[in-house]
Design a protein around this ligand. Structure first.
Ligand code: 4AD
Ligand code: MG
Length: 428
């Protein structure tokens, strides 16, 4: 049994391919069948005079997504997709697919999401998810090459990881449990064991907003480094993001073409990335007429305004304390702020990374927990990390779907995860 991706090794031979029918055309004397086997697309040519009547008749009955086994001679043909053509000598229908719901016409996005289990087969979806898989592999390769140890964090947790507003709660044998918003607190605990660590997995936020960049279940990679300060943290982020983009450009050229992505802007993504402080960002926004006030977090509109005339990703660092999570380290140069950064990317995609140096002082951390009204008991173990050998450390979280949406140029993150979970969507 041959695979389409290997056809160049079989020129002049008779091979058998198995796969799904993408489409058929021509029923006079010559007919064509476009076959997809998951490794590629091949055009198969059927000549009536050279085939048993039963095969010719079976071809006429084929509809999209039928499964067939096609035997034929492999020929080079520069015009054919993939560069090869199959001169069919035999064909067998293995499964039918009458009334396949997704037709080659415009469907509404709700219809497509209701049929996500089938929509995955469409060319744009295949391309987007292949870029996602490449990005995930690039993440593991980059971190492995730099001696990071992957540490898997729990999904069921007893404490708020980021903010109280977006928790999914569940009953845990009579106790209250939450689905993890982040793995960060747990991998901080693994830092003294391995120095450089990361977790990679699904995270959950009961986001009540329907925007193009929010999912309720999304995937995040979170590296954490002992003895790294905020500056070193940003340097790691810019190298990491540049590597991921470069890998996608290098290995997913065909997919980006299917997605009609203009890659010229991605070619520019090389370290270092420009940096501005939150305070400078607010001044810039105000000077352009925005009513943003110092002290509140930047929203999607602010981020859009900041990025409107920028081609490179931008770090915005040192946000006001009250706008950010409890674990971020107070900025000694300006205690109203914390040592953190958001990485904003161009073309309307906004924040793809949130990172910070962590508060390593026991008393300040306890104060922050109290200030935010969080129950200290749930963080006793986390505070232990400051009691027993505290150390400066920093880390960040990169959202997979937002990063892949940016790289592929897709408008909405929901198409860059196989089965999106949104406020109004749990099916399929
Ligand atoms: O900025 P966030 O909330 O940071 C953290 O969770 C930290 N604990 C990370 C760390 O320092 N280890 O989230 C990080 C990233 C965002 O920049 C964004 O890319 C993504 O996660 N993200 C979402 N993606 C899709 N849907 C959502 N609802 C998201 N919320 C955050
Ligand atoms: Mg954030």
């Amino acid at each position: 049994m041959a695979e389409i991706r290997q056809l160049s090794q079989h020129v002049g031979e008779n091979v058998t391919l198995r796969g799904w029918v993408e489409g058929t055309r021509g029923h006079g004397k010559v007919a064509f069948l476009v076959l997809r086997d998951g490794t590629g697309i091949a055009q198969c040519v059927l000549v009536k005079s050279q085939l048993p009547e039963s095969v010719w008749d079976a071809h006429a009955e084929l509809t999209p997504e039928c499964v067939v086994a096609v035997s034929g001679d492999v020929r080079e043909d520069a015009r054919a997709p993939g560069g090869h053509e199959i001169g069919v000598t035999h064909m067998e229908v293995l499964a039918t697919a009458a009334d396949y719901p997704i037709q080659p016409k415009e469907h509404g996005v709700d219809f497509l999401l209701d049929h996500r289990h089938l929509w995955l087969r469409s060319s744009q979806q295949r391309a987007g998810l292949r870029v996602r898989a490449e990005v995930e592999q690039a993440i593991h390769d980059f971190l492995y090459d730099r001696d990071f140890v992957r540490v898997d964090a729990p999904i069921l947790t007893g404490a708020v990881g980021e903010h109280a507003g977006t928790l999914f709660e569940t009953d845990y044998f009579g106790e209250r449990a939450y689905l993890a918003q982040t793995g960060q607190l747990y991998i901080e605990a693994a830092c003294p064991a391995f120095r450089r660590v990361y977790c990679f997995g699904p995270t959950f936020r009961a986001e009540k907003s329907k925007t193009r960049r929010h999912l309720t279940e999304f995937w995040m990679v979170e590296p954490e480094v002992a003895f790294a300060d905020s500056d070193e943290n940003m340097r790691l982020q810019e190298e990491f993001v540049s590597y991921i983009v470069e890998r996608a450009l290098e290995r997913c050229g065909d997919d980006l073409e299917v997605l009609e992505r203009d890659t010229s802007k991605l070619e520019l993504v090389k370290p270092p990335f420009p940096r501005i402080s939150y305070t400078e960002a607010v001044e810039e926004l105000q000077s352009r007429g925005s009513e943003v006030e110092w002290g509140r977090d930047l929203g999607a509109t602010d981020e859009g305004d900041l990025m409107a005339e920028r081609d490179l990703p931008l770090f915005v660092h040192d946000y006001p304390k009250q706008a950010k999570a409890f674990y971020m380290k107070e900025n000694p140069a300006d205690p109203r702020t914390v040592l953190c950064d958001d990485l904003l990317v161009p073309e309307g995609y906004g924040e793809v990374i949130g990172g910070s140096q962590r508060e390593d002082d026991l008393d300040r951390l306890r104060e922050r927990i109290a200030e935010q009204g969080l129950p200290e008991a749930a963080y006793a173990w986390y505070l232990d990390l400051r009691r027993f050998g505290t150390f400066p450390h920093s880390g960040f979280g990169l959202g997979i779907e937002r990063t892949v949406a940016w790289i592929t140029g897709k408008h909405h993150v929901r198409e860059l995860i196989p089965f999106p979970r949104l406020m109004n969507r749990l099916y399929p």
